[in-house]
Ligand binder design. Sequence first.
Ligand code: MG
Ligand code: ZN
Length: 222
Amino acid sequence: MRIIKAGEGEILDIELEEDFLKKNRQFAKKNKSLLEQNNVRAIDVMGSIGSGKTSLIQLLTSILREKFRIAVIAGDLTTDIDAKRIEQEKVQVVQINTGKECHLDANLVKKALLSLALERIDVIFIENVGNLICPADFPLGAHQRLVVISVTEGPWMVVKHPYIFKDAHVVAINKVDLAEAMQVSPQKLIEDIAKINPRIKAFPVSCRQNKGIMQVIEALSL
Ligand code: MG
Ligand code: ZN
């Protein structure tokens, strides 16, 4: 497995200065044209630690690999736990270790894209670092943004993190098999999301029970 580590001076600064955000957007644009030149669709998968991003990517990959040539870019501060899990699905995986940076940025993703044989890939899932806040400000050049939340994060997680939903396309509300035990209503979370972004498509999902995955696939037009 390839592991890309953020080197000294390579990561865009963690300060949310306008310059850095602007620079990131320029890199994101370049990533998007690189993807499009190669006919690759990329999906930025965002969500908290433990929401089920890796589990969902594993499931999506196991279903979609019959139809598409898939690669996964896995972002994480220091470990390759998620990348190793995804490698079980027998698809190309690139690990990006961000060090201290709590989100992926378009420059790091560019390095990962350049390490892949893009002409032999149809779909790339990019697992962002587990965080609901700053990934919203750092577009990566992906075509769609998929947010994974879970009922175990409590009833207020949507209203407390509005920004992540503003530019997202699809939301998977994971672990609905635990909704009753958590006393969290997936329907209420869907309503909260719709108030922030009425264009978003949100679905109750259980990766453990294999529920709602086909709706997510359909919403992503895959
Ligand atoms: Mg993960
Ligand atoms: Zn961050």
